[in-house]
Write a protein that binds this ligand. Structure first.
Ligand code: GLU
Length: 451
């Protein structure tokens, strides 16, 4: 707790005591608290009104049983979660994650990050998160549908376009959103397009929503590079993961002239010095849902596949690293390797992919570091644009939507940079993002009274 202002230490101790056994949630809270010392010095009423304690306590936490029947006729049980964290700025907004690692602590860390991320977008959205420990790997389409329907059979009563608006996250893409939207519509007997985002374009989705998180991180990282009078052109870039975020990061980096030479999945990573073949990667990962080793097999002897237990994608020398897989995927050791290899910027496409030690190593080495709650906010920002289109029964072109996304990312970047300057830490995007996000939420909560 050494980096925490002493007035905040008892608050953190209480969060840890009250949320025992939730290390990822503690990590997310600790990281924000490290930035708040100067804020409470400037706004003593935030302490008097217990605003930090209130922000750390979710408004509502829902845990429920999800029974479903698999293809062999066997009844399966999973656990569902929705944590409605903070609605000071708008309806709860945040994705659903389907992954065996999902538990309450994971959902709370994601929900907590989401509150500040959504505040940074400047749009009227509160923060929430949910999901299940369901493992979509190897499940048939019918099993996925029955699971999604069962999940929504409970979840629907807690949602609404003015109340709580989920979207996708790991394991939840367009297919799952479609099945959940269908079940919501059936149970409520109303076409409430804005209750979920990440929908297909055919029934109320927004253009550029699928691309938005990866594109947004690329815009954010480009803005960081510009502060050092450079850009992506000719840079060697490593993007971890190979899901939706990673794929559209690769696409945008390539369009800016960067060369993405490696990407990964949980089984290992591939190094393609000719530059990742995006078409092939999408064919394997998005359409066929195969392992990344298949990419190396199809590309032949020019491409190396390294198994996850024999090395890390962060061992590949690069100028820019864009972790886009999952939490705590980039350790202190990985960060030291990146620094040794001359990395100049790291933009977090995933939520909390760098460990606290990794962040410390990168910041001490003067590496440009874009924290996820700022750098990956493009996904949820475009979800808010999807809600706008649904509310006005309108649809925008891809160009219109991407232009808005690019403006939002630039303004998030500038807001973080200006806040860091104002608090005497130029170039510190972690401090800038935490303070700018926190102050917007805390000031709104103060105006709304003790609720
Ligand atoms: N799951 C995404 C995130 O972490 C998107 C959430 C949303 O669009 O609501 O921000």
């Amino acid at each position: 707790m050494t980096n925490i202002d002493e007035k905040l230490q008892p608050i953190l101790a209480e969060v840890i005591r009250r949320n025992a056994g939730e290390p990822e949630f503690h990590q997310a809270v600790l990281e924000v608290m490290e930035s708040l010392g100067h804020v409470v010095a400037k706004h003593p009423d935030f302490l008097e009104l217990a605003l930090i304690e209130r922000i750390c306590e979710p408004e509502r936490q829902i845990i429920f049983r999800i029974p479903w029947v698999d293809d062999s006729g066997q009844v399966q049980i999973n656990r569902g979660f929705r944590v409605q964290f903070n609605s000071a700025l708008g309806p709860y907004k945040g994705g659903l994650r389907f992954h065996p690692s999902v538990n309450l602590g994971i959902v709370k860390f994601l929900g907590f990050e989401q509150v500040f991320k959504n505040a940074l977008t400047g749009l009227p959205i509160g923060g929430g998160k949910g999901g299940s420990d369901f493992d979509p790997k190897g499940k048939s389409d019918g099993e996925i549908m029955r699971f999604c329907q069962s999940m929504m059979t409970e979840l629907h009563r807690h949602l609404g376009e003015q109340t709580d608006v989920p979207a996708g996250d790991i394991g939840v893409g367009g297919r799952e959103i479609g099945y959940m939207f269908g079940q919501y519509k059936r149970l409520n007997n109303r076409y409430e397009a804005g209750v979920l985002t990440g929908k297909a374009i055919a029934y109320g989705g927004s253009r550029a929503r699928t691309e938005a998180t990866g594109f947004g991180n690329t815009y954010f990282t480009k803005a960081m590079l510009e502060t050092r009078d450079t850009d992506f052109d000719g840079k060697r870039v490593v993007v971890s993961g190979s899901g939706n975020v990673a794929i559209h990061t690769i696409e945008k980096v390539q369009s800016f002239g960067g060369k993405v030479i490696a990407c990964s999945d949980s089984s290992g990573y591939v190094v393609d010095e000719a530059g990742i073949d995006l078409e092939l990667l999408q064919e394997i990962k998005t359409r066929r849902r195969e392992r990344i080793s298949e990419y190396a097999r199809r590309r032949g002897s020019d491409v190396d596949f390294v198994k996850a237990d024999s090395g890390s994608v962060w061992d590949v020398p690069c100028d820019v690293a864009m972790p886009s897989a999952t939490q705590n995927e980039l350790s202190g050791k990985n960060a030291r390797t990146l620094v040794k290899n001359g990395v100049i910027a790291v933009g977090e496409g995933a939520n909390m992919p760098c460990t606290p030690e990794a962040i410390r190593v990168l910041r001490e080495a003067g590496v440009l570091f874009g924290p996820g709650k700022a750098a990956n906010a493009g996904g949820v920002a475009t979800s808010a644009l999807e809600m706008q289109q649904n509310a006005s029964r309108d649809r925008w072109t891809f160009e219109q939507t991407e232009t808005r996304l690019a403006q939002i990312m630039k303004s998030i970047h500038d807001r973080c940079a200006e806040t860091a300057d104002e608090y005497g830490a130029p170039g510190d995007y972690v401090l800038g993002a935490n303070i700018a996000g926190f102050v917007r939420v805390a000031e709104s909560m103060r105006m709304l009274g003790v609720i």
